[in-house]
Design a protein around this ligand. Structure first.
Ligand code: HEC
Ligand code: HEC
Ligand code: HEC
Length: 464
């Protein structure tokens, strides 16, 4: 019996040392910062696969281990929580298992790496309990350096699509003064954005629900569309929508042109069923027709109309907020209270999800991450969020993170428009997304900070 116990202990110790050495990546220990991008990428892949995938790869399952009582439950709960919080393997460039390429629920690198950088700097991961069993998954200083280098390069690559070349060390970047777009198409799109002839009953344009002076939405809980139909979710702002990973709360449009098409044809928005009639109405304006044909030789087709509107939306960005000036080095521009608010915003790591130039729009996150957001109410179809579109059960109740730019102007808040004040929205975030104890003073400070995010549209300050 004694022999058996000693033997078992030796086995366990042996396996633990062996597995630990594998996780340390023993052949390349200690790891050095690779000089080539390809080598850097493969070093990062090694680290994440050996040390983090066991909990964070959504495609992993544990057919044998999960059958063991207690341990099995612990493993599956850990896996579930880990992948609800961070999904780095859903993009093909990081993981070995995401074979079909990028998945719909995959966050952009901005969110993947902001969360990673937070976890590294706070030594949050791997979890301590896990390190006791799997000591080899500890992240060494040289590995941190490798990951930090990768974070910078990947953020930089993603931000370059908008011509942003600074600030990749940080979670939030100032909004650039303009982003690359086609001027002639945007000018046509501007006209269409305000053109009521686009709606089936001639009663509304995009601007009816997206009033640019009101912060890009209409300040209603739900909006009223074509023929009096109410929308099922709160109207989000069009300002800075160009930075979004996909469009709509549930991400059902891949980009702005697809979004415009769905909105034009949706019965609870503009209700277009007959495109020929729309084209005829638009063509009755002779000078507009001439201008349009000069840019789009095929004329008022569905595709061209949506393309022009999407191009115009690239102009709807709001640079120059006081917070952006602060990020650009003008330190005195925030008051003491606002500075405190920013520290509190950082203390609660709000930028884990509200990051990038628009402070949002980079990932789908669970509305009930830390607590039951939906408690005490009947769920409706739109509460399924991304799952409505992707049909993947894992996506249930996850929503595209909204932008925090100009947020003081976009009440009411959340996909259901259920919070009418910014204070209430911040309190709800602290409860449902952050899940740490907080005080009224924290809410007040964060709200004060959020008001510094109001920027300029076409060179003029937006005013509440
Ligand atoms: C034993 C399982 C396990 C391992 C291994 C693990 N994690 Fe986690 N991870 C979790 C869990 C559970 C959470 C959710 C924690 C919570 O509830 O806040 C999480 C959350 C995270 C988050 C999100 C934090 C946030 O801001 O929401 C990041 C980033 C992260 N892990 C990175 C890593 C990295 C990097 C590694 C590898 C070095 C790693 N994890 C290894 C279980 C694990
Ligand atoms: C009846 C009101 C209404 C009209 C008219 C309307 N929208 Fe919207 N818009 C909404 C609602 C509601 C949503 C959110 C729908 C959802 O997420 O399911 C939305 C979403 C959007 C989004 C996505 C923003 C994001 O963060 O996901 C953009 C961009 C947008 N609309 C642009 C337009 C354009 C362009 C037009 C004109 C072609 C238009 N809208 C007409 C109500 C309206
Ligand atoms: C884990 C991700 C996550 C974190 C962390 C997070 N948020 Fe959010 N935030 C979201 C999501 C998702 C929504 C939309 C939820 C919905 O509509 O049901 C949202 C919505 C908001 C809104 C409403 C915006 C609008 O236009 O409707 C505000 C304001 C906000 N968050 C502020 C904060 C603040 C302040 C913090 C830190 C205390 C924070 N968030 C932390 C994911 C997050």
């Amino acid at each position: 019996m004694k022999k058996f116990v000693i033997k078992s202990i030796l086995w366990v110790v042996g396996i633990s040392i062996g597995y630990g050495l594998y996780q340390m990546g023993v052949r390349q220990w200690p790891r050095k910062l690779p000089t080539q991008p390809v080598a850097l990428r493969s070093a990062v892949q090694d680290i994440l696969t050996q040390k983090c995938a066991v909990c964070h790869d959504t495609e992993r399952d544990y057919p044998l281990l999960s059958k063991i009582p207690l341990l099995g439950d612990l493993i599956s709960e850990n896996h579930r929580q880990a992948t609800r919080h961070w999904k780095p393997f859903d993009r093909s460039y990081l993981g070995p298992s995401a074979t079909e390429g990028q998945r719909i629920d995959a966050p952009t690198p901005l969110t993947v790496f902001t969360k990673l950088s937070h976890a590294l700097s706070e030594n949050l991961m791997p979890p301590r309990e896990h390190l006791i069993l799997c000591w080899g998954s500890w992240i060494s200083p040289s590995e941190k350096q490798i990951l930090n280098e990768w974070i910078k390069s990947q953020r930089g690559e993603w931000l370059s699509q908008w011509g942003i070349t600074n600030g990749m060390e940080f979670p939030i970047q100032p909004i650039p003064t303009s982003i690359p777009h086609n001027e002639a198409k945007a000018a046509l799109g501007e006209k269409l954005f305000y053109d009521k002839r686009l709606s089936s009953d001639g009663a509304m344009s995009c601007a009816t629900c997206h009033d640019l002076q009101k912060g890009g939405d209409d300040a209603q809980r739900l909006s009223v569309g074509d023929g009096g139909q109410s929308t099922v979710v709160n109207t989000p702002t069009v300002l800075n929508a160009v930075f979004n990973i996909r469009q709509f709360w549930d991400g059902r449009a891949a980009d702005l042109a697809e979004q415009a098409h769905q909105q034009l044809t949706s019965p609870d928005a503009m209700g277009v069923t007959n495109w020929t009639a729309v084209a005829e109405r638009l063509a009755s304006d002779a000078s507009f027709k001439t201008n349009f044909l000069a840019v789009y030789p095929l004329g008022f087709t569905e595709k061209n109309i949506c393309s022009a509107i999407a191009e115009y939306e690239k102009r709807l960005i709001t640079p120059g907020s006081r917070f952006d000036q602060y990020l650009q080095g003008k330190k005195g521009v925030l008051s003491t209270e606002e500075n405190k608010g920013y520290l509190t915003f950082r203390k609660f790591a709000c930028a884990s999800c509200h990051n990038g130039p628009s402070m949002g729009g980079q990932s789908f996150e669970y509305a009930d991450l830390k607590d039951n957001y939906f408690k005490g109410r009947v769920l409706n179809a739109c509460d399924k969020g991304l799952m409505n579109f992707s049909q993947v059960p894992r996506d249930d109740k996850s929503f595209k993170v909204p932008t925090l730019r100009n947020v003081e102007m976009s009440e009411p808040y959340f996909h259901d428009g259920s919070k009418t004040t910014l204070e209430d929205a911040v309190a709800a975030m602290l409860t449902y997304q952050v899940g740490k104890p907080y005080t009224d003073e924290d809410i007040h400070q964060i709200t004060t900070f959020l008001k510094t995010l109001t920027g300029n549209l076409f060179g003029k300050p937006l005013q509440k």
